[in-house]
Design a protein around this ligand. Structure first.
Ligand SMILES: NC(=O)c1ccc[n+]([C@@H]2O[C@H](COP(=O)([O-])OP(=O)(O)OC[C@H]3O[C@@H](n4cnc5c(N)ncnc54)[C@H](O)[C@@H]3O)[C@@H](O)[C@H]2O)c1
Length: 348
């Protein structure tokens, strides 16, 4: 299958491109240049993709030309400015990329007759956070206080409007929460900060140690997007879908920091950075993924705490000199093995 991934140079994009290319698909990508030291570079993803297009999705004309030329059967739209703290510093860029960029992707999909399905990736942060302990469901109200969350909620509403207004356009949205996994280099992500600190032997300063967050391995999340895509291509999925982690993976930042320090060993430690001034961040947001479970037969395979083990093991293997291509491929092959009964594997 010809599959276009926007954001293929990013963290999720690199894992998904590698997984799909290893499964024999013709993968193309559209994104900005990768960050220095990214998984995209380390895992040699450029060599795996058929078209490695670098352009800004805010450029509607260039984007449409590229999508039409690639002519994909399926589009997974993940390109975004995905960081909450960055969104306070660059609100305009965040809204332009996440909202108008998504509009440009939707228009390009509509202009490309080969596209039979698409998944627009948003986030768990699209929901209006009313501090509820039980999971948010797909038909709960959307909201978002910070620029990132609200821009993603806007992208979600935009996609709903597109689907409703232009019913021939095959678009769905997928909402997932914080993911973890080897090779992330983004700023302000807990595991990334922890591992960087552990590698230097310095104690790592951690914000909000008592905040509860859902933790999910990136491959479980990607399998959710692919379950949705597979069902959509079979004509049995539309609308909005949650792909959250299992309830036991709702852990405090403190628990994650302790567990990953133990897994890393070698004297790894962290400290509470509670004295600093912090920007507003939502404290608890969990997803109810029962729709994906009952209608797509999707569930997490790696789950918790193995997600943390897989992540720490990836970084430690690479830190100890193993080739990141081999480490990444080994984890993908292990995942494919444990997910072999999943219905999405028939398509992908
Ligand atoms: N990582 C998480 O924990 C998480 C959680 C929920 C949702 N998401 C969503 O998943 C998607 C992927 O996230 P990620 O963690 O891989 O992010 P990432 O920052 O690693 O990757 C972002 C990708 O988007 C591309 N991009 C950014 N601005 C662009 C622009 N203007 N034009 C073209 N490409 C652009 C980047 O080049 C990169 O390829 C995003 O839509 C994000 O909002 C991520």
């Amino acid at each position: 299958m010809r599959i276009l991934i926007t954001g293929h140079t990013g963290f999720k994009g690199a894992w998904m491109s590698t997984l799909l290319a290893r499964r024999g698909h013709q993968v193309s990508g559209i994104a900005l240049d990768p960050l220095e030291g990214s998984l995209f570079e380390k895992a040699g993803v450029s060599a795996l993709v058929e078209n490695d297009v670098r352009l800004d999705i805010r450029d509607a004309d260039a984007l449409q030309r590229a999508v039409v030329e690639i002519g994909p059967d399926l589009v997974i739209h993940m390109a975004a400015q995905p960081l909450v703290r960055q969104s306070y510093l660059q609100p305009r860029e965040t809204f332009e990329t996440n909202v108008m960029g998504t509009l440009n992707v939707l228009e390009a999909i509509s202009a490309t007759p080969q596209v039979k399905g698409s998944v627009i990736v948003t986030t768990d942060k699209v929901y209006r956070n009313v501090g509820r302990a039980e999971g948010y469901r797909e038909d709960d109200a959307l909201g978002g206080d910070d620029p990132y969350s609200s821009s993603k909620a806007m992208a979600d509403i935009l996609t709903h409007s597109w689907r409703t207004s232009f019913p021939s356009s095959p678009v769905t949205t997928a909402r997932a929460g914080n993911v973890i996994g080897g090779g992330d280099v983004s700023k302000d992500r807990l595991l990334v900060d922890l591992i960087k600190g552990f590698s230097t032997g310095e104690p790592v300063a951690i914000r909000y140690p008592d905040a509860v967050r859902p933790w999910q391995h990136v491959l479980d999340c990607i399998a959710g997007y692919l379950s949705l895509a597979a069902a959509m291509l079979e004509g049995r999925a539309e609308g909005n879908w949650n792909f959250g982690p299992d309830p036991e993976s709702f852990q405090t930042v403190r628990e994650i920091a302790d567990a990953s320090a133990t897994r890393w060993g070698r004297g790894a430690s962290w400290i509470d950075d509670g004295a600093g001034e912090h920007l507003h961040e939502a404290h608890l947001l969990t997803l109810d993924s029962s729709r994906a479970g009952s209608e797509l037969a999707w569930h997490n395979h790696i789950g918790f705490p193995s997600s943390l083990d897989w992540t720490v093991d990836w970084y430690q293997a690479v830190a100890d000199g193993e080739d990141p291509v081999q480490v990444t491929n080994r984890q993908i092959d292990a995942f494919v093995e444990i997910a072999s009964e999943s219905s999405w594997m028939r398509t992908f």
